[in-house]
Design a protein around this ligand. Structure first.
Ligand code: ADP
Length: 612
């Protein structure tokens, strides 16, 4: 894997190399061309100077020779001499008379090749005593170098008609042959050296750049969160080694920072995760940046759905969206309360605060689940309303009877005692209601203390039967008791158990069909005691079974009141049983009867366990 990636990097490097070399060679050639241009210009000037001197020498020599000839310029020997010179020196020699007429030419002999008096070098020689020109020959059609001097100088005492011009011409090609050779050599040398240097350079670069892919690989590893040491560079003592050392320091630093960041974010996650409040953070588009577990549960959304998604797409609660939008627009806090769409519905109290992350604005949302609080508040409100209502009824009766007596009924010998008895009865109801309320509020406060002692159930049941005997007989009912043969003694609060039994048995007698039986049975095992009070009476419908343990709930309000009920008996039973660490359940069928089963722990150690 590593080798494969390293190869790719070398290949990438190899791909870049030709471009680099092409650039290098181009630069090399441009510099070489400029150098050669300057050099050949200089060489050309040098060659031209030297050739001119040589041509000058040759001209002076020829002039001396002509002067010494008996017939001067017209000597028949002159042609032979100039042809000789031409074959030796590869140059063309011309003798021109003062009128410009060619007398002898080493190339054309005595042939008339026209008047040369207007040739630039002859004109120059006539004017200045020396003429040098570089031009194409009209006679030969070749580029030549011409040098002409007069046969006699102006101050020399020679007859004017005997004066003329000696001219020598060198072929330019021959003169610059050397320059061309030098140029050729230099080009070959330059290109050769350039190619060689490029080859050596690429070899060297390739060798030197070999560790580069490893760095590329290491950088990729760092990006992927893997901090692997760079292998095979420790033995080196060059820049790569320093780079590798710097890389190692950078890796260590990055690793440390990453660990710190991870720890920080884990800490924040742990804090957010342990919060019962839901916490959300959104950006200015309402894209979710952070959402803790509680927030996900409250909004009934999965963490993966919320993360980095637009809140309004995942959670369709308009009140929440509006509150966040308001905060984003006004950069001010907003508080709201709404019901979720989940099942069961929850009531959330939400506080949205502006949050600025550098310049971008967002919002932080903190959500409290106030469902239970609101339910409690409602309950409290209902309770107060119910209590007032319940107390009002006997009070109104007392007031009415007292008023009737005051208005004259007190002298009505037949009825006045009845009225006073009614007042007494209502006072008893009021007293019972207040006593029940006080007991219930003590139980609900959780402050009631229990005095656990060994209680003999057989004895408890007998005493209970005795207490309700008159009431039962009035309705022609039997109270049947059934307990395990070996008896049942267990640790509990005697007064509390008595209150539970009294409530259940009094209900059973009240709601049973007359001329029947009310059964009180007990079964036990090692851990639990189960007491059941059964009657064969009106029964309770399924929907009402769920509500009979609520305070002031009665199936038939008027009947209950007539029978002396307060609507608090079963609520007291439930709270007392729970406080003793037990449970109470009801089984009933309309028109057939009802069985209430209380399950209590055998001793106080088990009382702390949640009953199964
Ligand atoms: P109450 O003082 O009215 O009896 P309870 O809290 O004891 O109040 O009972 C609540 C309601 O449950 C009663 O009003 C009655 O309608 C119903 N109920 C309780 N026990 C029985 C029973 N054994 N048979 C039928 N209904 C019952």
């Amino acid at each position: 894997m590593f080798e494969k990636r390293a190869e790719t990097s070398i290949m990438r490097f190899s791909k870049a190399l030709p471009n680099f070399l092409l650039g290098y060679i181009s630069l090399h050639l441009v510099i070489a061309a400029i150098f050669l241009f300057v050099l050949t210009g200089w060489l050309r000037d040098q060659m031209l100077d030297q050739t001119r001197l040589r041509m000058q020498d040759v001209c002076y020599g020829l002039r001396e020779h002509v002067r010494e000839l008996p017939a001067g310029m017209n000597d028949p020997e002159l042609l032979k001499h100039v042809q000789n010179l031409e074959s030796r020196m590869q140059a063309r020699f011309t003798i021109v008379d003062s009128e410009g007429q060619v007398l002898v030419d080493s190339r054309t002999g005595y042939k008339d090749i026209g008047n040369h008096g207007s040739r630039p070098e002859i004109i120059e020689a006539r004017q200045k005593g020396f003429g040098f020109q570089q031009r194409t020959s009209e006679t030969l059609g070749l580029p030549l170098l011409y040098l002409a001097i007069p046969l006699y100088e102006r101050d020399e005492s020679a007859p004017n008609d005997q004066n003329g011009f000696v001219r020598v011409a060198f072929e330019e090609k021959a003169v610059f042959e050397t320059i061309r050779s030098v140029q050729k050599f230099l080009w070959i040398f330059t290109i050769g050296s350039g190619v060689l240097a490029a080859a050596l350079m690429s070899l060297f670069a390739f060798r030197e750049m070999r560790p580069l892919p490893r760095f590329a690989e290491a950088a990729r590893n760092v990006a992927a969160g893997q901090y692997v040491m760079l292998p095979g560079l420790t033995h080196r003592d060059d820049e790569w080694k320093s780079l590798a050392d710097a890389f190692a320091i950078m890796q260590a630093e990055l690793r440390q920072r990453e660990t710190r960041l991870r720890e920080n974010s884990q800490r924040i996650e742990a804090v957010l995760g342990s919060m019962v409040e839901g916490v959300l953070a959104v950006d200015n588009q309402q894209r979710v940046l952070v959402a803790n577990q509680a927030a996900c549960e409250m909004l009934d959304a999965k963490p993966s759905e919320l993360a980095n998604n637009l809140l309004q797409k995942v959670v369709r609660i308009p009140e929440l969206g509006h509150a966040i939008q308001h905060t984003l627009l006004t950069h001010s806090e907003r508080q709201t309360e709404f019901e979720t769409l989940s099942n069961p519905r929850r009531i959330l109290e939400v506080r949205v605060a502006p949050m600025s992350e550098q310049r971008e604005f967002g919002a932080a949302v903190v959500m409290h689940d106030v469902t239970d609080l609101r339910a409690l508040e409602n309950m409290r409100r209902d309770f107060v309303a119910n209590v007032s209502h319940e107390l009002k009824t006997p009070l109104a009766s007392i007031k009415a009877y007292a008023e009737t007596l005051r208005l004259g009924a007190i002298h009505d010998q037949d009825n006045n005692l009845d009225f006073v008895e009614q007042i007494e009865d209502q006072a008893v109801v009021l007293d019972r209601q207040i006593a029940d309320l006080l007991l219930l509020s003590e139980l609900e406060s959780g402050k009631s203390t229990f005095d656990r002692t060994d209680v003999d159930l057989a004895e408890m049941f007998q005493k209970c039967r005795k207490r309700f005997l008159v009431e039962a007989e009035r309705r022609d009912l039997r109270i049947e008791i059934s307990i395990p043969e070996e008896g049942c003694i267990f640790e509990t609060d005697r007064a509390a158990l008595r209150s539970i039994l009294d409530n259940l048995v009094s209900n059973a007698i009240r709601y049973a069909q007359p001329s029947g039986a009310v059964e009180i049975t007990a079964v036990d095992d090692l851990e639990w005691v189960e007491i059941t009070v059964t009657d064969h009476g009106v029964g309770i419908s399924d929907e009402n079974q769920e509500r009979i343990f609520e305070r002031f709930f009665r199936v038939d309000r008027a009947r209950s009141r007539d029978l002396g009920g307060t609507g608090l008996g079963l609520a007291i039973v439930k709270h007392t049983v729970n406080a003793l660490g037990g449970t109470v359940a009801v089984q009933s069928k309309l028109g057939q009867g009802t069985a209430f089963t209380v399950r209590l722990p055998q001793n106080s150690n088990l009382a702390n366990l949640t009953p199964s």
